[in-house]
Design a protein around this ligand. Structure first.
Ligand code: NAD
Length: 349
């Protein structure tokens, strides 16, 4: 297996820290991509990886994405991410989470965690017993903070509307059909917001029952997870895992817009070019899905309340507009335009 420095996604990361706790069985990796703008902030993913190298690749890609995301959201935070390597049964124990909290603490504040896929607010409460370098903790009404999912969903919803304005000249979602891949915290929240606007929804989840239940509740249709990327719709909103936009899946898309909350949707930078060549408008994921990190960063920094979080999330559409306008002017893809802007902000132009 290649050394971390030789991984294709290694991007001069400042630190890649491997942790193992014998007593609890915890195996975790924390990636710190950049602390140029502040402590490296980004959530923890709890996931079973068939190959441990995939966990390292995930941490490298996700932590770089967090550097870009935090910079583009105007936050004084660098980029980091953690993954806990789950076993095939996704066994999660209190001892494991406690050991993970101690691992974070050992980094002395260079990395600040929060929730990501497979991690709950309760897990963060348990982590808080071991370290103060954590956010996404329960908050009272009106305060910034708590589960980032609903805030991410809110930003994605506003971004989808901005994309609709650009692609169709109107953000009246009652006239639009949106296909959502993954109806968990982000995708489910997005589906509810769009349903309120009267949008037509097609939903899919690897947990087929979850998609069906939500489709029944909101009045949409559910399709098999394997079929969602080829549904004919106005917008595809990937809200499950990353690397789903590949040469093959892009060739099969039947949408003019891709705008969703999942991190790292493009399998490779070339896939952004492929979308562009097909004339599909793309919302760079780390720009549209910044709502959750805005919420937990303001919680951690003790800056502002829920209204402040919402007013900052309301800026996401403008950022997308700037990127799309620059893309149109330069002929570069939105993904490459956004990367350039972010790299400049973190001192890596
Ligand atoms: P979640 O675990 O609540 O939901 C993910 C859902 O996707 C689950 O229901 C899961 O069954 C489903 N899923 C997994 N693989 C799938 C597949 N191949 N096809 C269809 N469905 C599939 O996670 P979440 O918090 O909603 O996060 C979703 C995505 O958004 C992730 O990529 C995450 O990194 C990203 N994201 C989340 C936040 C946040 O605040 N929660 C913030 C930024 C980005």
């Amino acid at each position: 297996m290649a050394a971390v420095w030789d991984f294709p996604d290694f991007d001069a990361h400042e630190g890649v820290h491997m942790f193992h706790d014998r007593a609890s069985g915890l195996s975790a990796v924390i990636g710190i991509h950049s602390t140029h703008l502040g402590p490296a902030a980004g959530g923890t993913r709890f996931w079973h990886y068939a190959d441990k190298g995939d966990a390292i690749t995930d941490v490298l890609r996700l932590s770089r994405g967090m550097s870009y995301k935090n910079a583009m959201a105007g936050l004084p935070m660098g980029g980091g991410k953690a993954v806990i390597l789950a076993d095939a049964n996704n066994t999660k124990t209190p001892d494991m989470i406690a050991a993970f909290g101690r691992a974070i603490d050992s980094l002395g504040g260079r990395y600040i965690t929060a929730e990501d896929v497979g991690i709950s607010t309760d897990d963060m409460v348990a982590v808080r017993k071991e370290t103060k370098f954590v956010s996404g903790l329960p908050v009272a009404g009106g305060e910034a903070g708590g589960d980032p999912g609903p805030y991410t969903a809110m930003g994605v919803y506003l971004g989808v509307k901005a994309a609709a304005r650009r692609a169709f000249g109107s953000d009246d979602m009652s006239a639009r059909h949106v296909a959502i891949q993954g109806v968990g915290s982000v995708g489910g929240g997005l589906a509810r917001l769009l349903a309120k606007d009267g949008a037509r929804l097609t939903l899919a989840d690897v947990s087929a029952g979850r998609a069906k239940a939500m489709a029944d509740e909101l009045g949409g249709a559910a399709v098999a997870a394997a079929d969602i990327l080829a549904v004919e719709a106005d917008v595809l909103s990937p809200c499950a895992l990353g690397a789903i936009l590949t040469a093959d899946s892009i060739a099969a898309l039947r949408v003019p817009v891709v705008a969703g909350g999942a991190n790292n949707q493009l399998a490779t930078p070339d896939d952004g070019d492929r979308l562009h060549a097909r004339g599909i408008l793309f919302a760079p994921d780390y720009v549209i899905n910044a709502g959750g990190i805005i919420n937990v960063a303001l919680e951690y920094l003790g800056q502002g309340d829920r209204a402040e979080v919402e007013s900052r999330i309301a800026l996401i559409p403008q950022r997308l507009e700037t990127i799309w306008a620059e893309s149109e002017a330069s002929g570069d893809t939105p993904a490459r335009v956004a990367d350039r802007m972010a790299q400049k902000l973190i001192g890596r132009a």
